[in-house]
Design a protein around this ligand. Structure first.
Ligand code: HEM
Length: 485
């Protein structure tokens, strides 16, 4: 048992803060707004802004809300406020029978047989991307990965439509995701659903542009049908024109930033932890050789898959989910009432001491040692769970593994010594300030710059990390104390 690589972590509250201080920290960065009780207990209940808030950081409790009693919950007004303006009638936002009907139409679009068809497109986008970075290796990984995953999604959803200005669509989508779609302090106040969310003129202009682009695209497509995801969306007879448009926008919003963040954090970790980069490189060289990574390789790259899993454990792109009970519901011994807010805290659950060994350490092997961590009931839910589990999970995983495998095989990731970004929750979990880095073709100058040991960042570049042999077994919930998070 020796060196563990501990990447950036959002520091929890100490429990010594005043209520004002604690609230301020939570508002500025929700993942930093939980104290010892929320970190150690499966459920805590508190009054915030006059509303009862239950914070659940436990697999049993999450399964109760997301799976077993899912029909008794809806998403909350916060989701409606942030997502509603862009995708009010899409799968991300709707409930009840409307959700059921839409899910039935949309889920088949993301089935495995379509995934295999989409993989060559990902290969092409990766090739275009690497051609660009060979010329311009200095980049901000967060921006670069957002561009790459947008291009993948645009290709998968739209094919190559005539007359569509992809750059315009990309700019509008990015502006919506990073502007109007970003959590603001006023979003945490318990406004009723009918209170409109004020938007900056830039935000509402971007949203208008995005809606116009989506409308134009769908109408162009009706006259020139193609066999891609939009083709399937248009063919979904059960959806109204407005639902089609809001789903298209929903896919763009939900589908590129999340995967981009997974890749950004993963590359950051590889840049900081050379042994992991080298293990992926060796695995990919052995399985793939020098050629493109294709769909069939994905299942043969267990370590690369484990690095993606471990990245999403430490940095879940959706760090918290929200629900609101529609009737009284018993969860972990508490009664959740209509009007209460329920926060399903993936960030804390994925790092809780009582559920994981060395929870703050970057240790992809834990997923290889204990495959049950990917099964139902495990304290690991980056894609949610139950009927509303992420519809694009297979697509996102395929893309993330293909991109990471290619980049780790062919590039050294050079991250500046002072780059140690704070995880910042803005709906998704972003590295504050992005990750300035250089991606340098293997054989370039990068390798020599990777040597050394940074005390502040606790980075090792020489030997692989050694960790305990097993993760803790999933614990059942015995005590359910009450208190303030
Ligand atoms: C690493 C990438 C991704 C992560 C971590 C992620 C995470 C999630 C999570 C946690 C949920 C559940 C939300 C809740 O229950 O409140 C969700 C739902 C959803 N995701 Fe993803 N997602 C990713 C990629 C994608 C992609 C690529 C698409 C589509 C192109 C997508 C489309 C959706 C949609 C439409 C829903 C709503 C499903 C429903 O309510 O039935 N996501 N995602």
């Amino acid at each position: 048992m020796s060196a563990l690589f501990i990447p950036p972590h959002a520091p929890p509250l100490t429990g010594e803060e005043s209520l004002v201080e604690a609230t301020w920290k939570f508002i500025r960065n929700p993942v930093e707004g939980f104290g010892p009780l929320a970190w150690s207990q499966p459920i805590v209940t508190a009054k915030t802004f006059g509303q009862t808030l239950h914070v659940i950081s436990d697999p049993e409790g999450m399964n109760e809300v997301l799976v077993r009693q899912a029909s008794k919950f809806t998403k909350t007004a916060i989701d409606a406020r942030i997502l509603g303006p862009a995708t009010k009638e899409g799968l991300l936002s709707v409930h009840g029978d409307q959700w059921k009907r839409q899910r039935k139409s949309v889920a088949p679009m993301f089935r495995h047989r379509h995934m295999a068809d989409l993989a060559p497109l990902i290969t092409t986008v990766i090739e275009d991307f690497t051609a660009r970075i060979d010329v311009r290796p200095k980049l901000n990984l967060a921006d670069a990965m957002a561009e790459l995953t947008f291009d993948v999604l645009a290709g998968a959803l739209l094919g190559d439509p005539k007359g569509l200005d992809r750059e315009k669509l990309k700019t509008a989508t990015r502006a919506v995701v990073t502007g109007a779609g970003t959590l603001r302090p006023d979003d945490l106040l318990p406004f009723p659903r009918w209170v409109p969310r004020p938007m900056s003129p830039r935000g509402s202009a971007a949203l208008k542009r995005l809606k116009r682009a989506a409308d134009e695209l769908l109408s162009e497509r009706r006259s020139h049908p193609q066999d891609d995801l939009v083709g399937l969306l248009i063919g979904a007879k059960a959806l109204s024109p407005r639902e089609r448009r809001d789903n298209l926008i929903g896919f763009f919003i939900a589908g590129h930033e999340t995967t981009a963040l997974t890749l950004t954090w993963a590359l950051f970790l590889l840049g900081r932890h050379r042994p992991t980069l080298e293990r992926i490189r060796a695995e990919v060289r052995a399985v793939v050789g020098d050629g493109p990574v294709v769909y069939e390789h994905i299942a043969q790259l267990p370590f690369t898959n484990a690095v993606i899993d471990e990245t999403m454990r430490l940095y879940p792109p959706a760090p918290m989910l929200n629900r609101e009970p529609q009737e009284s519901v018993e969860v972990l011994g508490r009664t959740l009432e209509p009007g209460d807010a329920v926060l399903l805290n993936n960030y804390v659950m994925h790092r809780a001491e009582r559920l994981w060994d060395n929870p703050l350490a970057f240790d992809p092997d834990r997923f290889l040692r204990d495959p049950s961590l990917k099964k139902k009931g495990a304290p690991y839910m980056p894609f949610g769970a139950g009927p509303r589990i992420c519809v694009g999970a297979a697509f996102a995983t395929m893309e993330a593994v293909m991109v990471l495998a290619t980049l780790a095989r062919d590039y050294d990731v050079v991250v500046g010594e002072n780059v140690f970004p704070r995880p910042l929750m803005t709906v998704t979990l972003r590295p504050e300030g992005g990750v300035p880095a250089r991606l340098v073709r293997v054989g370039g100058v990068a390798a020599t710059q990777m040597q050394g040991h940074c005390e502040r960042c606790r980075i090792w570049s020489g030997t692989p990390p050694v960790t305990k042999a097993r993760t803790k077994p999933i614990q059942s919930v015995k005590s359910v104390p009450s208190g303030s998070p």
